[in-house]
Design a protein around this ligand. Structure first.
Ligand code: ATP
Length: 235
């Protein structure tokens, strides 16, 4: 495995008295794609929120290059190089494609991701650079959301429900972009309902069930029945 970039160690997370995560562990190497799978309510979004500082946790439960960052403010975690592409995209709908992308690059550290690089990855966005967010299809909006995250030149991108509600043909385009992104050294955690698709692109996966890791490893190490059982909780 590549050098560990992000390590989650015994992560517990709570909403008030309700415990959503019970000691979750995972490791993400530089330039790797990790699929985070699990049924509704398993705790996938909560894990992403804990990594990005939106749900509290202890500092030593999230290590970035060995440094404890758990519980830091979301803006500080973002500046450390962790970007989130949220479920539902959340673009500034009155702004143009290009303005949305530029916002992602504000206060970014310098790096290879520029407007031109994003337009090379998603040529349709270059063609529609002056259009408002409202004039785009769902898939194009997802491309803008991905481009906006890339403009920050992050080391890690977290995708929450990357293909939810998108047409199959667009999902293919979005997935085709993941390998080139990872090839530039960006690590990816992918939360996805479509398990086959996610495992097809991921080097490793973690399956959550009721807030605990029910199975983890490389997709090829486990047969489909074991993954299905870990997903649905049949033992
Ligand atoms: P989904 O695929 O439905 O988004 P998930 O795997 O992302 O599911 P989470 O959204 O992380 O699951 O939810 C994990 C648990 O935490 C669930 O039982 C959920 O009801 C609970 N939960 C999530 N958000 C909150 C909240 N704001 N307040 C209280 N409980 C919450």
């Amino acid at each position: 495995m590549a050098e560990t970039l992000l390590a989650i160690c015994g992560l517990k997370a709570f909403y008030g008295d309700f415990q959503a995560l019970f000691g979750v562990d995972l490791e993400l190497g530089a330039g790797e794609v990790l699929a985070l799978i699990g049924a509704n309510g398993a705790g996938k979004s909560t894990l992403l929120k804990a990594i990005t500082g939106l749900v509290p946790c202890s500092s030593d439960m999230v290590l970035l290059r060995g440094e404890p960052i758990g519980g830091e403010r979301p803006d500080r975690i973002a500046r450390r190089g962790i970007a989130l592409v949220p479920e539902g995209r959340r673009l500034f709908r009155s702004l143009s494609v290009e303005e949305n992308l530029v916002i992602g690059g504000e206060r970014a550290k310098p790096g290879r991701w520029t407007l031109d690089a994003v337009y090379q990855l998603f040529p349709i966005l270059g063609e529609r650079r002056r259009r408002p967010g409202t004039a785009l299809s769902g898939g194009q909006q997802q491309m803008v959301a991905i481009g906006r995250a890339l403009m920050a030149n992050p080391d890690i991108i977290l995708f929450d429900e990357i293909s939810l509600g998108l047409a199959p043909v667009v999902i293919k385009d979005i997935y085709a972009a993941l390998r080139p992104i990872a090839a530039t050294g960006v690590s990816i955690i992918l939360v996805e309902q479509d398990v086959s698709r996610a495992l097809g692109v991921a080097k490793t996966f973690v399956c959550l069930q009721e807030g605990k890791v029910s199975l983890a490893g490389r997709p090829a190490e486990h047969d489909r029945a074991a993954i299905t059982a870990a997903y649905f909780g049949m033992h």
